[in-house]
Write a protein that binds this ligand. Sequence first.
Ligand SMILES: Nc1ncnc2c1ncn2[C@@H]1O[C@H](COP(=O)(O)OP(=O)(O)OP(=O)(O)O)[C@@H](O)[C@H]1O
Ligand SMILES: [Mg+2]
Length: 140
Amino acid sequence: MADTYEMTFNVGSRDFSSAGDASRTIKRTLKQLGVDSSIIRRIAIASYEAEMNIAIHSLGGKIDLLIDGDRIFVETEDYGPGIENVDLAMTEGWSTAGHEIREMGFGAGMGLPNMKKCADEFYIESEVPTGTKIKMIFNI
Ligand SMILES: Nc1ncnc2c1ncn2[C@@H]1O[C@H](COP(=O)(O)OP(=O)(O)OP(=O)(O)O)[C@@H](O)[C@H]1O
Ligand SMILES: [Mg+2]
């Protein structure tokens, strides 16, 4: 596997025709690089949840994939509106998703807790109205 590898994906707000593309590309890339399938599964789930949160809850943002030696980093950054209470947002079942989003099958309030479960290290930083940053580290 290459020693270092980096890719950036832009994620549009409420752009449901392309939401999911970034995490699908991440999954395919890691497969091509020969990463262990159980690790790919965790990264695919975590990056999909992160991508959908940017698409659903934010004004748009980006996802960075960085492979560096024996660690894979998935880092996200969005352009607001930020999360008022991060502890609450991390609680299983807590969601601000409205009716329309729930009809699309989202809004169980499980995305952030699942990201944390999937990653070996999980960091979230959010400021209102600046935006939210998430850093996830996976050991290969
Ligand atoms: N990038 C973000 N920007 C602003 N708010 C966010 C962001 N990500 C999450 N949130 C807030 O945190 C809440 C919990 O997020 P989480 O991903 O756990 O659940 P959900 O997106 O509501 O539902 P699910 O992920 O299960 O479909 C969201 O409802 C939203 O209020
Ligand atoms: Mg979510």
